[in-house]
Design a protein around this ligand. Structure first.
Ligand code: ATP
Ligand code: MG
Length: 240
């Protein structure tokens, strides 16, 4: 969907600071995610990307700054309340229940009874493998299939925003291509804030980007400008 200039962003993170224990991890992160867009959150290892997602979700609540979801302040609310507003999270490292079957993993992702039945067609059209594997336990899935299941789980409830952390991490190139295609398609239904270390993946998916370095957002703009800007890519992301 095109960037809707003038409309309020679906998500607006404004100058947040977050502590984990005594450590001051985020020291001013600002991110806007327009409705219908995919925004990529970029930065090196340890920059604060995952902490930004967890701060939005109230898992590591910010001590300063504001988080607005659809214009409403949500910082300081409890994590389950924030999720219930329609924000889905796909954590790093293929977070699924390995002892449960694909069907069970999807079923327990429901926020309200009966949601899965309504979403099955969408989920299986994005990830046809999951239909074939529906009865198998998570342990029997490949890394790529586990990651697909992790994304599919976030599609079961009616989420207006998805926060996806490193979906391509550790996956084979052919699986990464499937993942890119699936995220492209699901972005027709929802808005996405995507953490990606793989710049090629991020640049294929996102309309705009924010770079985080040492807990601060240091640069943002249109992805089409960043792909031309080798110096910035090298300086902040270490990629060629
Ligand atoms: N529970 C914790 N206790 C102490 N420090 C933490 C904790 N979690 C994260 N950190 C530190 O906070 C900083 C940001 O971590 P974060 O996980 O947000 O980075 P990231 O950008 O997601 O990195 P990666 O690309 O490796 O996933 C890092 O320096 C990390 O060591
Ligand atoms: Mg991370």
């Amino acid at each position: 969907m095109a960037h809707d200039n003038g409309a309020i962003p679906l998500l607006s993170v404004q100058g947040i600071h977050t502590f984990i224990g005594q450590f001051h991890i985020l020291e001013g992160v600002t991110v806007d995610v327009p409705k219908g867009d995919i925004v990529a959150l970029l930065g090196r290892n340890g920059a604060g990307k995952t902490t930004t997602l967890k701060s939005i979700l109230g898992i590591t609540p910010p001590s300063q700054g504001r988080v607005l979801f659809d214009g409403e302040e949500i910082q300081g609310r409890r994590a389950f309340e924030i999720a219930d507003m329609g924000i889905g999270f796909v954590p790093e490292h293929r977070a699924i229940f390995r002892d449960l079957s694909v069907a069970e993993n999807l079923k327990i992702a429901e926020r309200n009874k009966g949601e899965l039945a309504q979403k099955e067609d969408l989920i299986f059209s994005l990830f046809p493998d999951l239909k074939r594997l529906i009865k198998l336990p998570g342990t029997n899935l490949s890394g790529g299939q586990q990651q697909m299941l992790a994304v599919a789980r976030a599609l079961v409830p009616d989420n207006r925003l998805l926060l996806i952390d490193e979906p391509s991490e550790g996956l084979a190139p052919v699986i990464i291509e499937q993942m890119i295609e699936a995220i492209k398609q699901l972005s027709a239904e929802t808005t996405v804030l995507l953490v990606e270390q793989n710049f090629i993946v991020a640049s294929h998916l996102a309309e705009s980007y924010v770079i985080i370095e040492e807990g601060q957002s240091v640069k943002n703009g249109k992805m089409s400008d960043l792909t031309e800007d080798k110096e910035t890519i090298h300086r902040y992301l270490g990629a060629a």
